[in-house]
Design a protein around this ligand. Structure first.
Ligand SMILES: Nc1nc2c(ncn2[C@@H]2O[C@H](COP(=O)(O)OP(=O)(O)OP(=O)(O)O)[C@@H](O)[C@H]2O)c(=O)[nH]1
Length: 392
């Protein structure tokens, strides 16, 4: 771990790596973020991370984030003003915040010389982050300026049934393919349920098939496989490809950590956010992800940018050509109207009305301002004792 550097141009200082924690509601994301935060503080010397909370609806986070979406957007007011339900409120709050994400990135980049890890805690309503435009914008923006890794938090005790396990893995697989970022499967709550069963299912196709066969509801009254069973069999074949990219961190004594398991890309780690077990291994996986980001993600990003530039340029040229052609035809057919054609410059120079007056606060730099004018920025007062039910 590198020491915090005081000089801004220290050549050996690596860029910090961004850990994007994603997971189903209740999987333990916030507890996990708090655990890795305290682990980093307990290092010698301490390596305090820079933490961003992106969950506008969370009532309590067990850590002090440096940037908190709740300081910028008041989720309750957003729901009230836009007449939205809980999920719509979270999505709109996230959209509003995303309009100012460049400011967040500026703050993060300003601190990047002093921190080794930047941690993002995302909303528990996983699909809001993973499948919304704002979630994608945030992930892409972060990953295009700094090395990034997705930590997909799994509630291990609630994944012991083959069907639940498979749906969780399909979700993980879809996020991996969507973000294309280095990926760590974090099997959380191993103090309650060790995750070896999951590793075995991922590494041994036959073992998963056997678990499926003995699972309740896999055959109908006549002993024939149910539709669900056939579907799961087919899906497990698909997932087998996904698992092939797996690298597993397990105690050396465990025979499952066979040499061929150490291959590439995706990694799996068992942790307990309560006891702290496995956190060291998690950081080993994070450090390995940095190399992968540089090897795989960055060149791909460059290629995609170049391709996008080319497509944009071609589209611009095409639409300009068509416009010129249309104008020429128009002038020929209607010379009087063409002569009267005027362009009002003032319309173009109008004010910047759409720009929301929303400011991002870095709590570690600025004192708590405590005064908000825009209601979308108002933070609920502690004394209101408002206890809103968590959505979802
Ligand atoms: N036993 C055990 N419980 C855990 C662990 N991690 C989290 N929990 C518990 O799981 C519950 C959910 O944890 P949170 O950290 O709030 O989960 P979350 O994913 O942030 O939840 P949302 O905010 O709803 O998305 C809490 O009761 C935690 O105490 C763990 O490693 N072991």
């Amino acid at each position: 771990m590198s020491e915090p550097s005081s000089s801004t141009n220290a050549p050996e200082k690596k860029k910090p790596i961004v850990i994007i924690t994603i997971g189903m509601a209740g999987a333990g994301k916030s507890t996990f973020v708090q655990r890795i935060n305290s682990y980093l503080h307990s290092q010698n010397p301490p390596v305090p991370p820079y933490i961003l909370n992106l969950d506008p609806a969370v009532t309590h986070v067990p850590f002090e984030p440096n940037i908190d979406i709740r300081d910028t957007v008041n989720y309750h007011e957003v729901m009230k003003q836009y007449n939205l339900g809980p999920n719509g409120g979270i999505l709109t709050a996230l959209n509003l915040f995303t309009t100012k994400f460049d400011e967040v990135l500026d703050l993060v980049e300003k601190r990047s010389a002093d921190v080794d890890y930047i941690i993002l805690d995302t909303p528990g309503q996983i699909e809001i982050f993973t499948w919304s435009a704002s979630g994608a914008i945030i992930t892409d923006a972060v990953a295009s300026s700094l090395p990034a890794v997705v930590a997909y938090i799994i509630d291990t005790p609630r994944t012991t049934s083959p069907a639940t396990f498979m749906s969780n893995m399909l979700y993980a697989c879809s996020i991996l393919y969507k973000t294309k970022l280095p990926f760590i499967l974090v099997f959380n709550k191993t103090d309650v349920q060790p995750h070896e069963f999951a590793v075995e299912w991922m590494q041994d196709f036959e073992a998963f098939q056997a678990a499926l066969a003995t699972h309740k509801g896999t055959t109908d009254d006549e002993g024939e496989p149910t539709y669900m069973n056939s579907l799961m069999n087919s899906m497990s074949l698909v997932l087998d490809e996904f698992y092939k990219q797996l690298k597993v961190y397990l105690p050396l004594s465990n025979l499952l950590a066979s040499a061929n398991a150490y291959s590439n890309t995706m990694q799996a780690v068992g942790v307990s956010s309560v006891t702290g077990a496995g956190i060291k291994e998690f950081f080993e996986a994070v450090d390995a992800s940095r190399a992968e980001y540089e090897r795989d993600y960055l060149p791909e990003l460059k290629r995609a940018r170049e391709a996008r530039e080319k497509t944009l340029q071609a589209a611009k040229e095409d639409s300009m050509n068509r416009l010129m052609k249309d104008l020429a035809v128009d002038r020929e057919q209607n010379p009087e109207a063409a002569a009267a054609d005027k362009w009002e410059q003032e319309d173009e120079d109008g004010g910047d009305d759409d720009d929301l007056d929303v400011n991002i606060i870095d709590r570690s730099e600025e004192p708590w301002p405590g005064q908000y004018i825009d209601i979308t920025r108002a933070r609920p007062h502690e004394e209101e004792h408002m206890s809103w039910p968590r959505p979802g």
